[in-house]
Design a protein around this ligand. Structure first.
Ligand SMILES: [Zn+2]
Length: 762
């Protein structure tokens, strides 16, 4: 193994206006913990950073509705969420790595931290001085009070009728009914959400905008360098943003609850920095605060600059590795916006200004993200988890009732890596009982109870006399091969595949027991001859090797199901914490065999579906009583008949209902004309003859792949019933189908031969 790497693991900051639900856990919080434990076991120096995102309007809205201070809301949920993550086994504590401070540690901070505010303000000023902000005047609703005072209303504080579908109760920037987005001034009958009777009017207000456009070229280069590493969803979202062409983005807003602008002018009073601008900086401030409060005190050689080992490219060409964990809705913030801020900070600290082109980080500068293994969504019984609609299973309440490892197992084996996956109770019970317990738990329990029946009470492992791994080259090779696959999968952030590999080792162990039938040889009969003893030695040497497989499994399961991994470690009477064992030592077949005199206990308890569903019903009823809402959908997952066989798609595949597929109208057309989009660099505006009188217009990000001449006249296939959407002012009425090999080649799907435009594709 090479030199220990510096790995920074950045976890999306949970919003502190409610408890975490299982969707958050599967998408954001479990994968980085698996990775963190794996990197540690690999001997790397790992710093884990995140914390509560405590500013912004969802929190002030919650606080105003409850009639409390925003600070009360965030204090409450910061501690609830941090405790829930610790209860789930996520290693946010201790702050210092048990191997020593130079190996890093963890900090779950919060954006209301005074030092975070100070560092964000410093960064704000250096970006401002470098000319990377531009100042513009905007129009914003203003709520007047009877006494002449008043306040600006953020978009979430304005309600009215949607300019598209006329639904009432549409928000200032977006309609939940039809999904349209617009400027607040376009709303009909606008009113203040909190004080519907107050008079409101539009007023001018000045704001700063970050020059994202200055970094467009470098972001394109950076993303193309990572094209082969990033997942398809990350590439697609990033490309979509870059294709639209980046625009300056507002970094300040009219709101008191947030980080104040470090500026004196009266026009800046009552304004704060936008939450997106400061929360992403938390990855950086958190590392600095960890150094100042923990690293330095624990004697890190870098002192309060310890963070630089994890954040800065070395002068010698060495680089830290940066991994960001988040849900798919958050991708562009981490592949476009945050890297552009990092490059801006590098730019400013080199004394450069907007007049010099941006560049990728050099030696001594802040590092950009390496991989962003963003997850798709975990659905709840087919619908999206939702904090605001209370369609969720909350993490704290789940952990009150279940072994955290059952959840960790289920969410890992069902992780929404390449497509959305579903949580439902029957599937949860089936996977825990039939995989985790039947395959893994039972294997371990069989080995330990069989060995216990040989125990002579001497305290020595009774299998030791039969132990001879060097004679079992087929068996050791098999386990070594599976171990290697698990390692390779974890390096690629394929957690599901990795856990399958671990379970395959347990399956193999079961086969080994089954074929060597050690239970027949526990007590030799009085008349046992030499042949018997030879057979006995052969059989029990496999049982001894199975004991070694158990030890291997304790180390390999630790990233996924750490509580039971430690229980197994203790059942085997191994010393210390399994989490501190080296990954490679799982294959150390020379390691001495230990033995515990305790009677072996099963690692897990079986789950009873009926019991769980009954409990869910009563919880839902209780919640209904207290909240006046209808959380009965909490148990929707239980509606599936017990025993009904799930149709589980193969790895990497998402099944689609036939009906859903039929809903997609694919149609042929002929491209009549192609024009550059007036307002987006990478887009074409494509006019298609689709057999109708007017034809239709589609915006397509094909500029890098086709010239106007090449495309004109082509026969293409497009999705005809996609909801029309405005892309930078041009209405796009469908989507062209094209193939993308993921390595830079994109080709349109065309028709073989001639067929009239408007033909349907089946
Ligand atoms: Zn609408």
């Amino acid at each position: 193994m090479g030199e220990a790497e510096h790995v920074l693991i950045c976890v999306a900051w949970p919003y502190a206006n409610g408890p975490l639900h299982l969707g958050h856990v599967a998408g954001c919080y479990l994968p980085p913990d698996i990775q963190f434990r794996f990197e540690r076991a690999q001997g790397n120096r790992v710093l884990l950073v995140s914390g509560s995102d405590e500013h912004g309007t969802p929190i002030t809205v919650t606080a105003e509705q409850l009639g409390v201070n925003p600070q009360d809301v965030v204090d409450k949920y910061h501690s609830i969420n941090k405790q829930a993550l610790l209860d789930l086994g996520c290693l946010w504590e201790p702050n210092i790595d048990p191997r020593g401070v130079e190996f890093g540690g963890a900090l779950f901070n919060r954006t209301s931290d005074a030092r975070h505010k100070e560092l964000v303000q410093e960064n704000f000023l250096s970006l401002l001085e470098a000319g990377l902000f531009e100042q513009k005047t905007m129009q914003q609703y203003y709520e007047l009070r009877a006494d002449d005072g008043g306040r600006f209303l953020p978009d979430r504080y304005v309600e009215g009728e949607c300019p598209q579908c006329s639904a009432d109760g549409a928000r200032g920037d977006q309609c939940d009914e039809c999904g349209a987005t617009y400027e607040a001034a376009e709303l009909s009958n606008p009113r203040s959400k909190m004080n519907p009777d107050a008079k409101i009017e539009i007023r001018d207000t000045d704001h700063f905008f970050y020059r994202l456009d200055h970094f467009q070229k470098m972001l394109e280069e950076h993303s193309s360098q990572n094209w082969g590493v990033w997942k398809p969803n990350v590439r697609a979202m990033t490309k979509q943003w870059l294709d639209m062409g980046l625009r300056p983005r507002a970094v300040t807003r009219d709101l008191e609850w947030g980080i104040q602008l470090p500026l004196d002018g009266e026009e800046w009073q009552g304004k704060c920095v936008y939450v997106w601008f400061e929360a992403v900086q938390g990855y950086y401030t958190c590392a600095r605060i960890w150094s100042e409060r923990h690293g330095q005190q624990a004697g890190h050689p870098g002192g309060e600059s310890a963070w630089e080992s994890w954040w800065k490219n070395g002068e010698d060409g060495s680089q830290p590795r940066h991994l960001y964990f988040l849900g798919k809705d958050n991708i562009p913030f981490h592949t476009v916006i945050w890297p552009s801020l990092i490059m801006g900070l590098n730019h400013a600290s080199s004394g450069l200004t907007i007049s010099t082109p941006a560049s990728l980080p050099g030696p001594g500068e802040l590092h950009l993200e390496d991989n962003v293994p963003a997850m798709e969504y975990l659905m709840l019984a087919g619908g999206q988890f939702s904090k605001s609609r209370k369609h969720a299973i909350w993490l704290p309440s789940f952990l009150d009732r279940f072994d955290p490892d059952t959840l960790r197992y289920y969410l890992s084996i069902n992780m929404p890596e390449s497509h959305d996956t579903d949580f439902n109770w029957p599937d949860f019970v089936e996977k825990v009982n039939n995989e985790l317990i039947s395959t893994y738990g039972n294997f371990v329990h069989r080995v330990l109870t069989l060995a216990a029946r040989l125990d002579d009470g001497s305290g020595v492992n009774p299998l030791a006399q039969f132990d001879d791994p060097s004679s079992l080259s087929e068996e050791t090779t098999k386990v070594e091969g599976l171990h290697e696959q698990v390692t390779a999968s974890l390096r690629k952030h394929r957690y599901k595949e990795a856990l399958r590999g671990v379970m395959n080792i347990a399956k193999y162990g079961n086969q080994l027991l089954q074929s060597s039938t050690p239970w027949k040889y526990l007590t030799p009969p009085d008349d046992a001859d030499e042949d018997y003893h030879r057979e006995r030695a052969t059989s029990l040497s496999r049982l001894a090797f199975s004991w070694r497989i158990c030890r291997c499994l304790a180390i390999l399961t630790n990233p996924f199901i750490p509580f039971s991994a430690q229980r197994l470690w203790q059942l085997l009477d191994q010393q210390g914490e399994v989490s501190e064992s080296a990954w490679a030592s799982a294959l150390d077949w020379q390691e001495g065999m230990t033995w515990s005199k305790e009677t072996p206990q099963p690692l897990f308890e079986r789950l009873e579906l009926e019991e769980i569903l009954a409990q869910e019903e009563s919880l839902a009823a209780a919640e209904k009583g207290t909240q006046g809402e209808d959380p009965a959908h909490n148990v929707k997952g239980g509606k599936k008949k017990e025993g009904e066989k799930m149709n589980v798609p193969p790895e990497g595949t998402k099944y689609l209902d036939f009906e859903t597929f039929l809903d997609v109208e694919l149609t042929t057309g002929r491209i009549v004309s192609v024009d550059d989009h007036p307002d987006a660099d990478k887009l074409y505006v494509v006019k298609i003859d689709d057999g109708s009188e007017d034809g239709r217009t589609v915006c397509a990000g094909l500029k890098p792949y086709y010239s106007i001449e090449d495309m004109t006249g082509m026969q293409v296939v497009f999705v005809a019933n996609l909801k029309p959407r405005k892309l930078r002012g041009v209405m796009s009425e469908g989507m062209l189908l094209a193939a993308d090999d993921g390595e830079g080649a994109v080709r349109l799907i065309t028709i073989d031969g001639d067929i009239s435009p408007g033909s349907s594709v089946r």
